[in-house]
Structures are given as structure tokens and as C-alpha cells.
Ligand binder design. Structure first.
Ligand SMILES: Cc1cc2nc3c(=O)[nH]c(=O)nc-3n(C[C@H](O)[C@H](O)[C@H](O)COP(=O)(O)O)c2cc1C
Length: 282
């Protein structure tokens, strides 16, 4: 089971604090939220990677971009720094990203996609580069038509979030379309989308929001949250961004009975004292 990249949520500081819970839940690996693979950008200076290993699990850096030579430079750097695996984001649904041909936009430019996958497998080596995508941009059968491209390469695996980009994070996952992709795939396929920590029969899974919710359901959630506040303050050195970070996390718990009332207080908190007392962290 792989921890999904959730930008702003499963960030480096989160992974270092919640590492023990990730291991307890059965995760064997975490994928970083995307790191931009643009020319002239040093990925090792990205907040996601600065400082090396953190959670006691394999950490796979994920990259987003459409420039094979920039990707090559980034991968060479992370590989030299000791990362054995890396991933390409072919699924980000946001129109601003997608319309520039990055993320799920790569599904619309198979030649660029091919060159990105080729570069990744060349630099990282066979079985060390993966890709994460969706069933399509507009329709759930688009990925199926692109499997011949993904099948050309010795990918480590292909993670498929069983929604289209147009769906964003709404509506249900399309298990039938996912199964068609899985049977057409010559590379291992990892299921993603609304999976709980119990997984999905017959497939490796990537889980994001289900793990975040499970933390809120723990009796000792406050203890972990207090640690996260402290670690975040150590990292960010100013209360305001810590507040934003905690609100983003606790928002995932607002439907849980224990947190619903607290959420209403916490979303308005203006400083860390208000946050701590609103969350019952004192
Ligand atoms: C806030 C947020 C940030 C995300 N950031 C990324 C990202 O950086 N890279 C990526 O491939 N997917 C990203 N995703 C998608 C998730 O990795 C995952 O595919 C999606 O949430 C479905 O899985 P889940 O239902 O287990 O959460 C993000 C999703 C959310 C909600």
C-alpha cells in the first residue's frame, strides 16, 4: 500500500510526524506531492526533498512537467542523492496545469508522454520509474486507448485514479473502466480512488484521503496533531502558515462526530492558542 501524494497535506513534515502511523497501517511507501520538473530548478532544494529520508518508508519523488530534458536533469539529481525510484504525474486535473500540457494534459500529447516515460525509464532504470494517471481527461475510456504507449516501457507500475480529470474529486470511481485498463496493461497497475485502508481485492492500492480520515478516527488523534503543530512550527517558524496547514488537515475530519463542532471553532482560529484550545490539544 502506497501513501498518495496530497499536495499541502502529505508533505514532508506530515510524513515525518505520521511515519509510525503509516507503518502501523501497512504502508510500505510514500509518494511525494508533485515537484516541478522545469529547467533550472533543483529538485533537492524543493521542500519535499530537503533533508533526505524522513518516515522510515521508501519515499518516491513525483515530478510534474512536459520537458524531457528538464525531467532528465531532475531525475539524475535525485538518483545521485540516493532516491531509487521516481514517478511522473500524468493525472493532475486542474485546467491551468492540464491546458499547459502537464499532469493529465500529457494524455492529450502521446508523443510528449512517450518521451517523458522513455526519459524516466532511461535515467532511473528498468522497473524504477512509475506513472500516476486518471482514466482520461473527458471520458473514462481514453486511458485504455493510450495503454499501448504505457506498455512500451518497463515501468515499475502505473497508478490509475479511477476518475476522469473532468470529475476532479467528485462523483464515483469507475471500477469497470479501471479493470479494462488493468487487463490491457503489461505493466503492474495500482488502484487509486476512495480506497480505505483495507485495500481492494486483487490489486495493490494507493490511499490518500482514507488514511487522513483514519487519523481523525483514532482515540489519540490529538496527541499526533499536537506533535504535528510543534513540528510544523519548527519548520515554518511562524504561526500563520502553521494555522493554514492544520486547518487544511482538520477539514478532512469535519464530518466525523468528534470533530464536527471543533471544526467550526477551528476554521475561525486566528492564532495557535485558539487553534490548540479549539482542537482540545492543551
Ligand atoms: C489536496 C489534494 C492534493 C493532491 N495532490 C496530488 C499530487 O501532488 N500529485 C498527484 O499525483 N495526485 C495528487 N492528488 C490526488 C491524490 O493523490 C489521489 O489520486 C486522489 O486523492 C484519490 O485518492 P484517495 O481517494 O485515496 O484520496 C491530490 C489530491 C488532493 C485531494
Amino acid at each position: 500500500m502506497i501513501l498518495a501524494p496530497l499536495r499541502g497535506v502529505t508533505i514532508r513534515c506530515f510524513r515525518s510526524v505520521f511515519g509510525p502511523l503509516m507503518r502501523e497501517a501497512g504502508f510500505t511507501e510514500a509518494m511525494t506531492p508533485f515537484i516541478t520538473a522545469n529547467a533550472g530548478v533543483d529538485p533537492l532544494r524543493d521542500r519535499e526533498l530537503k533533508g533526505g529520508a524522513e518516515c522510515g518508508l521508501r519515499v518516491t519523488p513525483q515530478f510534474i512537467g512536459k520537458d524531457p530534458s528538464a525531467l532528465r536533469t531532475c531525475l539524475e539529481r535525485v538518483k545521485a542523492a540516493g532516491y531509487a525510484t521516481a514517478d511522473l504525474n500524468c493525472g493532475c486535473p486542474f485546467p491551468m496545469v492540464r491546458n499547459k500540457g502537464r499532469g493529465s494534459g500529457l494524455l492529450r500529447t502521446p508523443d510528449v508522454l512517450r518521451r517523458m516515460l522513455e526519459t524516466g525509464c532511461e535515467v532511473m532504470g528498468p522497473g524504477a520509474f512509475s506513472a500516476k494517471t486518471r482514466l482520461g481527461v473527458e471520458r473514462p475510456d481514453e486511458l485504455l486507448g493510450l495503454m499501448s504507449v504505457f506498455n512500451e516501457f518497463p515501468l515499475r507500475f502505473l497508478t490509475v485514479h479511477a476518475r476522469t480529470a473532468r470529475q476532479m474529486y467528485e462523483g464515483s470511481c469507475d471500477m469497470a473502466a479501471f479493470r479494462e485498463v488493468a487487463s490491457a496493461a503489461k505493466v503492474p497497475v495500482v488502484y487509486n480512488g476512495d480506497a480505505g485502508l483495507g485495500g481492494i481485492d486483487g490489486f495493490d492500492v494507493m490511499v490518500g484521503r482514507g488514511f487522513i480520515r483514519a487519523i481523525g478516527e483514532r482515540d489519540d488523534a490529538e496527541v499526533w496533531l499536537a506533535r504535528y503543530v510543534d513540528a510544523s512550527l519548527g519548520e515554518l517558524r511562524s504561526p500563520h502558515p502553521v494555522l493554514g496547514r492544520m486547518k487544511e488537515l482538520v477539514a478532512y475530519w469535519r464530518d466525523l462526530p468528534r470533530w464536527a463542532r471543533r471544526w467550526n471553532v477551528v476554521k475561525l482560529a486566528r492564532n495557535l492558542d485558539e487553534l490548540r484550545s479549539g482542537l482540545g490539544l492543551v
